[in-house]
Structures are given as structure tokens and as C-alpha cells.
Write a protein that binds this ligand. Structure first.
Ligand SMILES: Cc1cc2nc3c(=O)[nH]c(=O)nc-3n(C[C@H](O)[C@H](O)[C@H](O)COP(=O)(O)OP(=O)(O)OC[C@H]3O[C@@H](n4cnc5c(N)ncnc54)[C@H](O)[C@@H]3O)c2cc1C
Length: 338
């Protein structure tokens, strides 16, 4: 454990916003969270648990204690002919876990390679990419309930996963820290099933049925489309796609001809790509000083230099206002703003 006072959070958020926190405590193993010395900060100060800050925008200095979760570790707990059950500590980097699973010949997570962040953050917004969502591989999630100082295990069903959503963003918000995630991963039997190749570019570009080929193809596609966090500040998609009823969709389609729609589990609701609308409204590659949207993607608000927190927040607000004016709908952010 490391305790630092009044330091900049710039190295700890991928938007690269230069704000300060009163206190930053780095946690290296889950047990440290239970120590009295640490627990007094949890119970007595304004607290935020942070992974790699790749889904977090700080709009101002953080008054309180930030816990940086760096408790790493992967442990196989059970194995049979078809699956492996594996327990991963929250501070493990998502990418190293995906790579580990690929080396162990386990299928499922390859479509999610190169999503920055921690394993412990993955259930919170039910990360997803290229037709796959992490919820389909999560068996359960271990949390420490902060008020009670008590460990709880939530089954997959209890996590109430939805599109970029879960119980952690709703009923349990602010009341827990995720300490471990248990995954159930299928053993790869030599053929990549159709469900992993739904995304058009992938279907065309995956030439060999190997996990390495699937993983590297996703990597290549992401490199072509998304800003690298080593060069630009961003949190990936700043905004969510929208779930709307079919009547509203018909309305919107008149204004934005060709607007795609995707069926959802609820019969009368469809998912629409908000990028399509923002693109038509001229928000792709739009710059205002050092902040803008990404060259190839209007959903990705990007810090092209040293944009301040205020500039980024104001830019996000402008996009939301324009979207509302043209669609009547509120464009919800996917990122967490503090
Ligand atoms: C370039 C880029 C591309 C991206 N692409 C995708 C993508 O394809 N798909 C996708 O779904 N996301 C994507 N993201 C978003 C992001 O990578 C994910 O949401 C990721 O899971 C965030 O992990 P993190 O550890 O950085 O979270 P953080 O930003 O550190 O935390 C996110 C939220 O979870 C809370 N939190 C984190 N860890 C814990 C814990 N252990 N216990 C309790 N609360 C916790 C934080 O307080 C915060 O509210 C992208 C981001 C970037 C920068």
C-alpha cells in the first residue's frame, strides 16, 4: 500500500485531465482494504475506487480519497472437459487477463482485447465490443460492502447486467468495492463459432480458426478506428447508443434516412447507433481548441493536447444539447463524470 497527499491525477486517467486529489492510496492486495488504518478513510472521507481511469472524467479537483486498485492475480479454481472457472483480482489489467485466457486456449474474451482498464471494472458497465459482452463469461462478482464492511458474492443474475449497465451503476452505486471477478470460460475446440464473427469486418478478416488470429484481427481493427491512449486523451465512447421504442425510431428514421436499428430483448424497443446521428449532425472530427471528437468517430470525445476538465465537460454538453435539439432525446454519457 502507498499513501500520497495532494497529487495530480493526470497519470491516472486516460482523458489526461490535470486535476488534484487530496489523498491517493494504492492498494496492492484486497486484504489491505480491511485494515483499520485504511478503513477509516473509507468510512470517514469522500471515497472513489479507481481502476485505470479509462472510463472516468474528472471535472474538477477531487476532494477526498482515491483508491487506486492494483491488486493483481489470476487463479484457476475449477476445471472440467469443457470449461475453466477462474478467479481474478480486481486490480489485474484487463488486457493481461485476455492474453492469459488466449494462451490457455480459452475462448470468449478475444473480441474484448485492448479495452483499457482493470478486470474489476469490467462488470460495472458490462464492457462490450465486436458483438461480445463480458456478462456472458462472468459467473459471479465478489464485493466488499463498504458500510457493513462485509464481503458479498453476487451471482451473474444478481448483477442485473444490461447494455453498458449493471446493478453496480444503479442500486449499489457508491456502496461497494469489487474485489474479485469469477469467470467461466469455455475451452476452445478448434472452430470459432459464428457468434464471435458477427461484426462484418471480423467475418471477412478472420482467415484462420485460431484464437491468436481472432485476437490479432480485433487488435488491428481497433488500431485503425480508435485513438491510442498513448497518444491522445479519451475514454473511448463518451456516449451510449440509445434504446428507443419503435414508434420513436420510425419518427427519427424520417429525419435521418438509413438510420440503422438493432433488435433488443424487449420486442417494442430497438437500439440505434447514436454515432450515425452525430455524424449527420456534423460532429465527426469536430475540434474546438484542444478538445474535439475523434477523426473517425463522433462518439469519442478526445483531448488532443492539454484541454482542461472544464473545456472537455463544456464540449460534451454542446454535443448533448445539439442532439436534444435535433432528436428530442437525451444523449446519455457512457463515462463516469466526477
Ligand atoms: C481508447 C478506449 C477504448 C475503449 N473501448 C471500449 C470498448 O470497446 N468497450 C467498452 O465497454 N469500453 C471501452 N472503453 C471504456 C473503458 O475502457 C472500460 O469501461 C473499462 O472497463 C474501464 O476500466 P477502468 O479500470 O479504467 O475503469 P475506471 O475508469 O477506473 O472506473 C470506472 C468506474 O468504475 C468504478 N470502479 C472501478 N473499479 C472499481 C472497483 N474495483 N470497485 C468499485 N468501483 C470501481 C470507478 O469508481 C468508476 O466509477 C474504452 C476506453 C478507452 C480509453
Amino acid at each position: 500500500m502507498r499513501i500520497e497527499k495532494n497529487i495530480s491525477l493526470k497519470p491516472y486517467n486516460t482523458f489526461r485531465v490535470d486535476v488534484n486529489a487530496n489523498l491517493v492510496i494504492t492498494i496492492e492486495n484486497s486484504e489491505e482494504l480491511l485494515l483499520d488504518e485504511i478503513y477509516q478513510y473509507i468510512s470517514k472521507t469522500n471515497t472513489l475506487f479507481l481502476g485505470r481511469g479509462s472510463n472516468t472524467l474528472f471535472s474538477k479537483d477531487f476532494k477526498g480519497t482515491i483508491f487506486l486498485l492494483r491488486n493483481e492475480g489470476i487463479e484457476v479454481v475449477k476445471e472440467n472437459d469443457t470449461h475453466i472457472l477462474v478467479k481474478v483480482n480486481a486490480g489485474e489489467q484487463w488486457n493481461s487477463f485476455v492474453q492469459w485466457s488466449t494462451e490457455k486456449n480459452l475462448i470468449g474474451l478475444q473480441n474484448l482485447i485492448d479495452i483499457p482498464g482493470n478486470v474489476g471494472s469490467s462488470p460495472i458497465q458490462n464492457i462490450g465490443a465486436y458483438g461480445v459482452e463480458v456478462k456472458d463469461y462472468i459467473e459471479s462478482v465478489n464485493v466488499l460492502m463498504l458500510k457493513e464492511k462485509e464481503e458479498r458474492i453476487l451471482s451473474n443474475k444478481e448483477c442485473k447486467f444490461g447494455y453498458r449497465d449493471s446493478i453496480f451503476k444503479n442500486e449499489l452505486k457508491g456502496q461497494f468495492v469489487i474485489t474479485k471477478v469469477i469467470f467461466k470460460l469455455p475451452k476452445f475446440k478448434g472452430k470459432i463459432e459464428e457468434k464471435y464473427l458477427q461484426y462484418n469486418d471480423l467475418k471477412e478478416r478472420v482467415k484462420e480458426h485460431t484464437l491468436g488470429n481472432l485476437l490479432n484481427t480485433v487488435r488491428d481493427i481497433r488500431k485503425e478506428k480508435l485513438p491510442s491512449i498513448d497518444e491522445y486523451g479519451s475514454c473511448g465512447s463518451t456516449f451510449k447508443n440509445l434504446l428507443i421504442d419503435t414508434a420513436k425510431y420510425k419518427d427519427l428514421e424520417k429525419k435521418f434516412p438509413g438510420l440503422p436499428s438493432f433488435e433488443t430483448e424487449k420486442g417494442n424497443t430497438v437500439k440505434i447507433p447514436t454515432a450515425y446521428i452525430l455524424d449527420k449532425l456534423g460532429w465527426k472530427n469536430k475540434r474546438e481548441g484542444e478538445v474535439g471528437t475523434w477523426i473517425y468517430h463522433p462518439l469519442i470525445v478526445t483531448n488532443y493536447g492539454n484541454a482542461s476538465a472544464g473545456e472537455i465537460v463544456a464540449f460534451i454538453g454542446k454535443i448533448q444539447q445539439d442532439f436534444k435539439k435535433n432528436t428530442g432525446l437525451y444523449l446519455e454519457t457512457e463515462i463516469n463524470i466526477f
